[in-house]
Design a protein around this ligand. Structure first.
Ligand code: FES
Ligand code: FE2
Length: 441
């Protein structure tokens, strides 16, 4: 395998207009460079504000090898700190989530910090008199991230100073978040029902591109659909359709259905699949829910929100949103061939329980490691991770629907089976990987 460190030109050559080189999935060195460049130059989803209802509530997580602490402040704002003690670097918060109380205390030598990371106290204070502690980084407390955006309770960070600001980076792709949040008559979502975590032995980009792959369900999920059809066929006319059937049967839609649903790409790798309709369009909104929505948002906005049920919106590179089933997937790369997928369910506040049940049922049926759908995909991703090592062809084809005129355009609406949505991700990948690399002179 080639070396790519400080070789922006070599990295760009991995992404051709209509295909990508296998090294983007296989090279451990490129994975390390992604941590250093791609995930630092782009906006990453880290949490939903409803995970932190009270002052002092926190969660910890790793993004691109950096340990982060997301914490609710006394004034209700949300701060993100590097989870690193200013003394010797211990993780100040050790749990995945919890409540810090009124201040943070390092478990090693008990240095304490205000909830915003400012230094509060150190034991044996007199021992620091006359030393340079206060004047140096260690005296300034925990470091806060500068680029944090809370958009309608979705918390994003950018680790580096470079790259576009939040609004410029996501642009109209944020409509997907608006659509989901506005499904609540009170304009509030609440994370509930826990998280489903699935570690897949594949490169994270395989997962991300599959979110936009409308050609695979017909073959990949054939057995799950057949099983559902077998159970459902022969039921007496007018039998109430169980929620699981309502959700699984549409996976058996035709190529024509998936093509007609339409897709859209935005600048910076984002996309919307199911511009016209999707497998979620058939979920009936209960009448009392529609009435509550109209009372809150008015007739026009209610129709706009409920009539628009895209299959998936990708907010590159870390988040996939499903508005109608009120579910999100979060993509967390762990290694070049290991990816953590988290599936979270939302309750739309002020909406009937049925909607929340749909979210839970969908995530369990489709994204849980024990689901009848996710393992079809996981199995194939793992065979791809192996298969790509074979000699004879170093490239992965993304030719379907390629049109040279698409290059350089920011927003394009196209047919649902066009691999443009994947090409668009790789163009963003190439751009943000090399954005802050020195060009060879
Ligand atoms: S490392 Fe935190 S107090 Fe020493
Ligand atoms: Fe799939």
């Amino acid at each position: 395998m080639k070396s790519y460190a400080d070789q922006p030109q070599e990295i760009r050559q991995l992404v051709e207009p209509d295909r990508v080189h296998r090294d983007v999935y296989l090279s451990p060195e490129l994975f390390a460079l992604e941590q250093q460049h791609l995930f630092a130059n782009t906006w990453t989803f880290i949490a939903h504000a409803s995970q932190l209802p009270q002052p002092g509530d926190y969660i910890t997580l790793d993004i691109a090898g950096r340990s982060l602490l997301v914490i609710r402040q006394a004034d209700a704002s949300i701060r993100v700190l590097y989870n690193r003690c200013a003394h010797k670097g211990a993780k100040v918060a050790g749990e995945d989530c919890g409540n810090a109380g009124k201040f943070l205390r390092c478990p090693y030598h008990a240095w304490t910090y205000k909830l915003d990371g400012a230094p509060l106290a150190v034991p044996l204070k007199s021992g620091y008199e006359g030393t340079g502690l206060k004047q140096c980084e260690s005296g300034r407390g925990m470091t806060a991230l500068q680029h944090v955006e809370v958009y309608r309770d979705f918390v994003f960070v950018k680790l580096n100073d470079g790259g576009p600001d939040f609004k410029a980076y996501f642009g109209d792709a944020l409509d997907a978040i608006d659509n989901m949040v506005d499904r609540s008559p009170t304009g509030q979502l609440q994370v509930e029902g826990g998280v489903l975590r699935n570690v897949i032995h594949c490169n994270w980009k395989m997962y991300l591109e599959n979110i936009n792959d409308t050609v695979h369900p017909v073959s990949t999920h054939e057995s799950a659909v057949h099983a559902a059809q077998k159970v459902w066929t022969g039921q007496p006319e007018g039998s109430p359709k169980p929620m699981s059937m309502e959700q699984i049967l549409p996976f058996g839609a035709s190529y024509d259905f998936f093509d007609s649903m339409g897709g859209r790409v935005y600048a910076n790798g984002h996309s919307l699949l199911g511009v016209n309709f999707s497998i979620h369009s058939g979920y009936e909104p209960p009448p009392d829910y529609v009435a509550a929505m109209v009372a809150a948002h008015g007739e026009t906005r209610t129709r706009e929100v409920l009539d628009h049920s895209p299959q998936n919106a990708v907010l590159f590179p870390s988040l996939a949103v499903k508005g109608s089933p009120l579910a999100i997937r979060v993509i967390r790369p762990l290694g070049v061939d290991r990816t953590l997928i988290e599936a979270w369910s939302f309750r739309a506040m002020g909406a009937p329980d049925l909607l929340f049940e749909r979210a839970l049922t969908y995530n369990r049926l489709v994204f849980s490691p024990m689901s009848v759908v996710a393992h079809d995909d996981a199995h194939l991703f793992e065979t791809i991770q192996d298969g790509l090592r074979s000699p004879g062809n170093e490239w992965v084809s993304l030719h379907r629907g390629f049109d040279p005129a698409e290059i350089g355009q920011s927003t394009i609406t196209t047919n649902g089976t066009n691999e443009l949505l994947m090409r668009n991700q790789f163009r963003a990948w190439s751009h943000y990987m090399t954005l802050d690399m020195k060009e060879a002179s």
